[in-house]
Structure formats: C-alpha cells, structure tokens
Design a protein around this ligand. Structure first.
Ligand SMILES: N[C@@H](CCC(=O)N[C@@H](CS)C(=O)NCC(=O)O)C(=O)O
Length: 203
C-alpha cells in the first residue's frame, strides 16, 4: 500500500496507525504547491480532491478521507484493538471521537493555516478551539487514552492535530491532562518511527 502524505499534516494519523499495525505501507510525499509527488505522479490524478491523506491499496483503488483510511487500516489487523469491534458501544465511542477530532479540532485548526482570513477571524477560531481543548482536558482526566486502556485510531488522529497547538498559540502546559496524554502517545515506538520518517520533532 502507498500512503500519500505531507510531513506533519493530518496524514500523520494514518501513518501512525500503519506503523502501529506494522502494515506494509510505503510513503509518497505530496508537494501541495504544485500537486505533484516525490515519485513524479500528478497528485490530482491520484486524489482529485487534491488534499492528503490518500491510500493506494494493493488492488490499485485509492481510499481518501483520514477517518475512513484509519478504520480501513485498523480493520486489516482487528486483533490489535486499534478500533473496537464494529457495532459495540466502544466502537460508537470511537466514531464519536473521530468525528469530534475531524470536525471540531482538525477543521477548527484549518482556518489558522489559511492566508485569506483576517486576524479577527483567526482570533475567533482560537476562542472556539479553546473551548474544544477545555472539553478534551476534562475527558482526558480518566485516560490513559481516549477510549480508556487501549490506544486506538482516535488517539493517532488526536495526537496529530494536537501537534498544531502552537499555531493557535495554545500552550499545552495550561492543559496538564492533554500534555501528559501527548507525552504518553509520543513515547510509543510506532509514533516515534512515524515522526522519524516524516522528519518531525517531538511536540
Ligand atoms: N476531509 C479531509 C481533509 C484533509 C485535509 O484537511 N488535508 C490537508 C492537510 S491536514 C491538506 O492536504 N490541505 C491542502 C489543501 O486542502 O489544499 C480528511 O479528513 O482527510
């Protein structure tokens, strides 16, 4: 399988899941500026949406949308518990977290990476994000991971977007549960491998 990625972008989430599951996934770096890849492909021919991540399967099919990709990867090795059993209550909790991370955190941060928003618009985004961080801080009082004892795809995604906190000038020291969670996640060998492969520092 091939994972199309940009270092440090949301594609880090499926990258972490692939390494946690020890799946044979090779990385293809996307240059967003001209929608090409380091293997010489035109990225829009891989994913017409133009954004990362995208996963090319062994069959040649391409799967897009991070939330779909991490579930696909986790289901390749169900014994690892990277996603609870389909239909169980923990499974719906995982979906609940994935949706929160995608729509409230990930897309919350997205505006801060745009250059067509005013400072006032960006300040409003930070106010909204801060409320979501407050919720996460409260939820992580239990832990050690979002769904309890097991690291799941939701943690790979949550860690990935928490890495963008400096962009919102959010100091994780003011969120002790989140800071401890970040340290716990990035202590995992698979996370460290993914960071090394993307040449990223620890948060
Ligand atoms: N709905 C997509 C959004 C992916 C997304 O926001 N990708 C960003 C990086 S984190 C990107 O490639 N942005 C470049 C662009 O939109 O042109 C998903 O969840 O996978």
């Amino acid at each position: 399988m091939k994972l199309y990625y940009v270092p440090g972008a949301c594609s880090l989430s499926p990258h972490i899941v692939a390494r946690e599951a020890n799946l044979p996934v090779t990385l293809v770096r996307v240059i967003l500026a001209d929608r090409t890849t380091d293997s010489g492909e035109k990225y829009l021919e891989v994913n017409p949406k133009g954004y990362v991540p995208a996963l090319r399967l062994e069959s040649g099919e391409v799967l897009t949308e991070g939330v779909a990709i991490v579930q696909y990867l986790a289901n390749r090795l169900p014994g690892l518990n990277l996603l609870p059993n389909n239909g169980s209550m923990p499974y719906y909790r995982a979906l609940e977290w994935l949706t929160f991370i995608s729509s409230e955190l990930h897309k919350g941060f997205s505006g801060l990476f745009r250059n067509d928003l005013t400072d006032a618009e960006k300040a409003a985004i930070v106010v909204r994000l801060t409320k979501r961080f407050d919720y996460l801080e409260h939820a992580l009082a239990v832990g050690p991971f979002l769904l309890g004892e097991h690291f799941t795809v939701a943690d790979a995604y949550c860690y990935t977007v928490l890495r963008w906190s400096p962009r919102a000038d959010i100091d994780l020291k003011t969120y002790p549960n989140i800071a401890a969670y970040v340290a716990r996640v990035q202590a995992r060998p698979a996370v460290q491998l993914a960071l090394t492969e993307e040449e990223l520092p620890l948060l």
